[in-house]
Design a protein around this ligand. Sequence first.
Ligand SMILES: [Zn+2]
Ligand SMILES: [Zn+2]
Length: 375
Amino acid sequence: MGNDYYKTLGLSKGASKEEIKKAYKRLAKKFHPDLNKEDDASDKFKEINEAAAVLGDDKKRAHYDQYGTADFSGFQGGAGGFDFSDFSNFGGFSDFGDIFDMFFGGGRRRGAHGPQRGSDLRYDLEITLEEAASGVNKSLSLERETTCSTCDGKGAKSDSDIVTCDGCGGSGQVTRSQRTPFGVFQTASACPTCGGEGKKIVNPCSKCHGSGSVLNKTKLSVDIPAGVDAGSRLRLAGEGEAGKKGGPSGDLYAFLHVKPHKIFQRDGLDLYSDVPISFIQATLGDEIEVPTLDGKAKMKIPAGTQPGTMFRLKGLGIKSLRGFGVGDQKVRVDVKIPKSLSKTQKQLLRNYAKESADDIQANKGFFSKLKEAFE
Ligand SMILES: [Zn+2]
Ligand SMILES: [Zn+2]
């Protein structure tokens, strides 16, 4: 025989479920790898979990008590196949209660009998860059399952139309006896007549046809805070589909998409834009107006500005969603070279060229250097 699960939990064979729970909680806390840094803590933790998974489950425990093994192959209806290696992935200690509930059938995992939480919904919402920057109120139109008002979610015409399932007598389970070389096994599975509900509806509600919920068109108003970006996700608690049998509603998640902007590109909190200027403005300098997200701003072009130079307009980017910090607007100048010139303009430029023979010489110098490099 392999592990002694009772010994692992420090218990005797007749221990009550309450004692098993207590022992598990105490030991799992002691050896949880997040809290206990000793080398063998994680192995010990696995052993404790394995022991609790078996002794905490009535069926598995009975099997283990009888045969001294937790090998459940061929054992129908049990919750076999739980992978203990997953425990290291559970991470933080806050998940501890969840692990615990899984073994002992706590509040989280209810069967078909209990209330069921409604599904979460996804809504894809496209907004403009301006709306993302300043925040906006949007109206969402959607269809979702809501509790049927005619039957109050029960699915039946009246309470007397819900009757006990005759296939299982209301337990939701059917048991079968199986003869094996080790003795007679009782195996349980969900009742095929009622699907494990234990109840049947004889006269279904005419509005929802027994499902307890109906598809409804709904409009929701949502405030989108300033500073959101593409990929932001807003959760609207309780605005998903209705729960079943008194279970809570699911949540609605609005996924934000931002339309491409004609002028601006966004990178984090910063905005980028190009502005065209003439080569005269670049050469002599000027003060120009540039578009900003909420209007215009003046920007100085110093004399001798090179093509592609990036200027920064401090604080004209996006305000942070969390309320501290604001981005900049970066403006790149695009120096335009005229494509057609009048006779006079050409003459003036030729005169300019004569006047600046040195500059042209400098350009020639660059090419002779280039030539040397390849010789
Ligand atoms: Zn109904
Ligand atoms: Zn049944």
